[in-house]
Write a protein that binds this ligand. Structure first.
Ligand SMILES: Nc1ncnc2c1ncn2[C@@H]1O[C@H](COP(=O)(O)OP(=O)(O)OP(=O)(O)O)[C@@H](O)[C@H]1O
Length: 254
């Protein structure tokens, strides 16, 4: 995992003129976007806008047609997912992709190993990892569930486990695909606190989110996608008060 220092607000990940089509349909169409160090960028837009596809192109789950993805100035487009993870880019999935028959603890442990070189860890490093997992269990409210199989968790607990899996790594960039969908209001608060605390600690976060309370509650910047095109990338007030974007997002309600 790279430890290059980068100033708050400077681009950590740069997407340039990225394109991806499925058949004749452009799912991501000439998108240029910076994800900046220590900043929470929310990716919004109607269903099918290309948000998840953009994540998949960044993380190597899909191959781009053209364009660039740079991490700290290095080209990473076309890299394999585990190699991209190794650089410090971790993600969650809408369908969570937990290891259902494994315990909460083992699910988290496996995430800390994903993308790492298979080399023995020093006992000090193992100890630090254990402490980090304990802290993540506490913050996600899963301490009492550490031995429970993922399959046996309640819905909100499964969502928090998918967050815990990336929190326990030392990733510098988190890509979160609708992590709060279906959560109850109490869980929202826990979720927002996690994001705010990690942003404070310097983590860079990009989150796909439909819930406007969450969008308003956490965004430093909002990027608005529609039919593959990036229509806006600006401060929340600018995007949220743009009547044209509201029409696209909510439909014409006049
Ligand atoms: N693997 C694929 N094969 C074919 N079409 C795909 C594939 N993945 C996505 N698409 C299509 O690309 C478009 C963008 O999909 P994507 O999932 O990126 O949208 P989204 O903005 O994340 O939507 P949502 O908010 O509903 O999750 C959609 O029309 C979708 O059907």
């Amino acid at each position: 995992m790279t430890s290059t220092t980068i100033a708050h607000g400077e681009p950590l990940l740069q997407v340039r003129n990225l394109d991806k089509s499925f058949g004749g349909m452009k799912a991501v169409d000439d998108v240029t976007l910076d994800l900046r160090a220590g900043i929470v960028t929310t990716l919004v837009g109607p269903n099918g806008a290309g948000k998840t596809t953009l994540f998949n192109l960044i993380t190597g789950n899909l191959a781009r047609d053209s364009g660039e993805v740079e991490w700290l100035g290095q080209d990473i487009a076309g890299g394999k997912p585990h190699l991209i993870a190794r650089r410090g880019i971790m993600r969650t999935y809408q369908d969570l992709r937990l290891f259902d028959s494994m315990s909460v603890w083992d699910n988290i442990m496996s995430a800390t190993e994903y993308g790492l070189l298979p080399m023995p860890m020093s006992s000090a490093a193992r100890h630090r990892r254990k402490e980090r997992i304990e802290e993540v269990l506490e913050r996600t409210g899963l301490s009492d569930k550490r031995d429970t199989r993922a399959l046996d968790l309640a819905y909100a607990e499964r969502k928090f486990l998918s967050m815990a899996r990336i929190m326990a790594t030392e990733a510098r960039l988190w890509l979160l695909d609708e992590p709060a969908s279906g959560l109850d209001p109490n869980s929202y608060e826990r979720f927002l606190k996690i994001l705010r605390d990690d942003r404070e600690a310097g983590t860079t976060i990009c989150i796909i989110e439909h819930n406007l309370d969450i969008v308003i509650g956490i965004s430093d910047r909002i990027a608005f996608l529609d039919r593959g095109r990036l229509l806006a990338d600006a401060e929340p007030d600018t995007v949220l008060n743009d009547p044209e974007l509201a029409k696209i997002y909510f439909g014409d309600q006049s």
